[in-house]
Design a binder for this molecule. Structure first.
Ligand SMILES: C[S@@+](CC[C@H](N)C(=O)[O-])C[C@H]1O[C@@H](n2cnc3c(N)ncnc32)[C@H](O)[C@@H]1O
Length: 299
């Protein structure tokens, strides 16, 4: 329950004060450990690229394609790993109440971007130790998050435990191609680059993301867009097609994101299918569009 601007009161009448627009349930982290480096990377990213832009809505069309947004009315949601809150905002327009949770200082950007939504509470906490009772949420989204954990399946199990019976969960997870092709080669090159770039100072990497993003834009996005318009199949099939109708800056942001996050796992469906069967969740939709968009529910 939200109590005025600064306090949140739980069902047992415990009060929690907000500072800077969010509730701080952050935990002590090992200096230089994976979690600390991950939070440092994303805290920098979402405060440096903190504006919510028009293209975020276009990305949302891809993220929410399998979800009936109207069915969220009167439901309580959790956006776990909300970043700057670009997708939390869209969900907040449909949900009765929503918690925007992130472990990093991205919550500062989220609090700025979500301030106008009185039904949203921003919380800083690691999702694996989040201060919620089991089965608290009717809807959970976790978009581009679990593949950055050192044990993604463990994070998935924790999130599933917060889901109420009949509740829905929407995930976005990186995919890897099952066969060799342009995309698998590009991903291999990116993996090699990442071995160096994850160690770069964030400010330097942000600068570097513009020329690297430019190289990708001219090598894949522009020829791909041209091929699509002119019906040249070989070019139309080039990777990075999601950027063809987005501004260059969205690729700069994603270049920083890919080259900065210390941990990244990629999946084929067979591996993920197991997660759902092992936790007893039913998959309603799963598609790979340079990443897995999965909608599932708890029976
Ligand atoms: C790639 S960003 C995605 C942000 C947002 N969902 C979006 O799509 O714009 C991943 C986010 O997950 C957060 N994150 C990563 N590990 C987390 C954890 N263990 N607990 C909570 N948040 C975490 C990061 O801080 C980061 O903001």
């Amino acid at each position: 329950m939200i109590d005025g601007d600064d306090d949140v009161r739980c069902g047992r009448d415990h009060r929690f004060a907000k500072h800077g627009g969010y509730l701080d349930f952050s935990q002590e982290l090992d200096k230089g450990g994976t979690t600390e480096r991950t939070f440092s990377s994303f805290g920098y990213e979402w405060n440096a690229f903190d504006e919510v832009r028009g293209e975020d809505e276009r990305f949302a069309e891809i993220y929410f394609r399998d979800l009936d947004l109207d069915s969220l009315n009167s439901k309580i949601g959790l956006d776990a790993g909300c970043g700057k809150g670009r997708f939390t905002r869209l969900l907040a327009a449909h949900l009765a109440m929503e918690v925007a949770l992130d472990g990093s200082s991205a919550v500062e950007a989220a609090a700025r971007n979500l301030g106008e939504y009185s039904n949203v509470t921003v919380v800083q906490s690691d999702l694996r130790n989040a201060p919620f009772a089991r089965e608290s949420f009717d809807f959970i989204s976790s978009l581009g998050v679990l593949h950055h954990l050192d044990d993604p399946y463990d994070g998935f199990r924790r999130l599933s435990s917060f889901l109420a019976p009949k509740g829905q969960i929407l995930l976005y997870l990186y995919s890897r191609p099952a066969q060799i092709g342009v995309r698998s080669i590009a991903l291999r090159v990116a993996t090699m680059l990442r071995m160096v770039t994850v160690r770069f100072p964030h400010k330097f990497l942000k600068r570097l993301s513009t020329p690297i993003g430019g190289l990708l834009y001219w090598s894949f996005v522009i020829p791909g867009r041209w091929g699509e318009r002119r019906g040249v199949d070989a070019l139309a099939r080039l990777p990075m097609d999601t950027y063809r109708d987005k501004p260059f800056r969205s690729l700069v942001l994603d270049t920083f994101d890919r080259l900065s996050a210390p941990v990244e796992y990629r999946y084929v469906w067979k591996e993920l299918e197991q997660w759902f069967s092992d936790t007893g969740l039913i998959v309603d939709a799963a598609r790979d569009e340079t990443g897995w968009f999965i909608l599932a529910h708890k029976p």
